[in-house]
Design a protein around this ligand. Structure first.
Ligand code: GLN
Length: 474
């Protein structure tokens, strides 16, 4: 089995010889085509983008964009029937920045409808299969991106994470995925789900491969009023691999929770590896952790119900046939265009924001969100990073949870708190439960992506989980 090439090697190869970029792009396209009937990782393939070996930091690097990012002149569906025929009139900032750095987009990755889901089964374009076991889900909502990187279709892909949609699929597919600090990356041109939580990030095999991709995506953007006006550190340069003396907190509440036995064992082994690398591991208390699930599933639907009000059949998106009047146009366009999970979120959101329930649910959830953020603030006064399981267990069977929303929501139990607090977090491959990958979540203080990436890099220099490739996709 050949070792996957690093992005640094790929890019320097392209700079030395731009023709190799062309060959790689063709090879990736071919691999995508071969995989599609098995994995369904893409919603659309893009043959138009040509060799972009421009000497930039990602010169000629083949990538995929989650189909939540607007791509100029190309279908941008958000995994929904509502936008099945929508062609974006401009590029998202993430898309234009990556292209400027030299990356070449080969298409749009499949995803849960409007990024709502943990299994990629809510996509209007069909479920994605996990390359490690095609009877299992890849996680969601960025399941197509994670599956594509795991299967070696592309070295990197973009994703978005509102409550875990980068970290959970990264964990379930055995790749590295980073959700940066809220505000680190522009949301301009990224179709909104829950605006106070949505954040773009990326997938690659390793932390060292994520570093240049995140670096190219991040930074101030006059088109997004919530993006931070802060310089972007040189992430690749921060990868010293030295974590001697780093203090890693293990939040008791995450470890008391129910975690599948082999997953728990892999996480413990990974934590011992960090100790062996010179980190000091201590227990910490994050007393409001158990409020995160209910808090998120009030705030995210509330914001979604507001954001998705724009899909009314009038301006763009799906429009029903022969409406009898304006109300009929609204009702049928939305009933036909949105799938069940999206409708459930809109209903929940409208309910928690309604006059009689706003105080009892929405306002209360905003208060608990603050308490959860305070837990992180306090923890980071005594530790440099936190380590937790990324998910309660490995990939589950396709079809096994889709009819039970509350079971499905529980998959996010370990990823939601960092989203609510807005802190950066990532999942790194940390072993296996049977034949399925396990992810370790590392969480850092606001804007400390470098520290996260370096800790992941140190771990990956001492372990080889991130180099494992699913059988049949080597
Ligand atoms: N699984 C969570 C949800 O369904 C998170 C999704 C996300 O991060 N976009 O809302």
């Amino acid at each position: 089995m050949s070792q996957p090439e690093t992005i640094a090697d790929i890019v320097s190869g392209h700079i030395a010889s731009p023709d190799t970029a062309k060959e790689r792009i063709q090879a990736c396209h071919a691999k995508i085509e071969r995989s599609q009937s098995q994995l369904n990782a893409l919603i659309s393939q893009d043959h138009s983008a040509s060799n972009n070996a421009n000497g930039g930091s990602l010169s000629g690097l083949p990538i995929l964009h989650k189909d939540l990012f607007c791509t100029d002149g190309q279908a941008t569906t958000a995994g929904s029937r509502m936008l099945a025929n929508f062609v974006a009139p401009y590029d998202a900032t993430v898309v234009s920045r990556l292209a400027k750095a030299g990356a070449v987009s080969l298409g749009k990755a499949n995803m849960d409808e409007f990024a709502m889901g943990s299994s990629n089964e809510t996509s209007y374009f069909g479920a994605v299969a996990n390359p490690w076991d095609t009877s299992c889900v890849p996680g969601g909502s960025s399941g197509g991106s994670a599956a594509a990187v795991a299967a070696g279709l592309v070295p990197a892909a973009t994703g978005t994470d509102t409550g875990g949609s980068i970290r959970q699929p990264a964990a379930l597919c055995g790749v590295t995925g980073i959700k940066p600090t809220y505000g680190r990356v522009s949301r301009f041109g990224m179709i909104a789900f829950a605006s106070s939580l949505d954040q773009a990030g990326c997938f690659a095999r390793s932390a060292a491969d994520c570093a240049p991709v995140l670096g190219a995506m991040a930074g101030f953007d006059p088109n997004d009023s919530t993006v931070a006006d802060q310089p972007v550190p040189n992430y690749p340069a921060a990868l010293t691999g030295d974590i001697n003396g780093l203090t890693i907190g293990l939040p008791r509440q995450y470890f008391d929770a129910e975690v599948e036995a082999e997953t728990a064992r892999a996480i413990q082994t990974a934590i011992r590896e960090f100790e062996a690398l010179g980190a000091q591991v201590v227990d910490v208390d994050m007393p409001h952790t158990d409020l995160a699930l209910s808090t998120y599933y009030i705030i995210a639907p509330a914001e979604a119900s507001s954001n998705l009000a724009r899909y009314d059949g009038v301006r763009y998106g799906h429009r029903c046939e022969n409406p009898t009047d304006l109300t009929d146009l609204y009702e049928r366009s939305r009933a036909e265009g949105f799938g069940r999970e999206v409708q459930r979120r809109i209903l929940t959101g409208a309910y928690v924001l309604s006059a009689g329930y706003y105080d009892a649910y929405y306002r209360k959830a905003q208060r608990t969100r603050r308490l959860i953020a305070n837990d992180f603030q306090q923890a980071f006064e005594s530790v440099d990073l936190l380590a937790t399981p990324a998910t309660p267990g490995p990939a589950f069977k396709l079809g096994s949870q889709i009819d039970n929303p509350t079971t499905m929501y529980a998959n996010d139990v370990f990823t939601l708190p960092a989203s609510l607090a807005g802190v950066p977090a990532m999942s790194v491959p940390a072993g296996f439960a049977g034949h399925l990958p396990v992810g370790l979540q590392l969480i850092g203080p606001w804007f400390e992506e470098s520290r996260l990436l370096n800790a992941g890099h140190a771990f990956q220099q001492a372990t080889d989980w991130h180099t494992r490739q699913p059988p049949g996709f080597e």
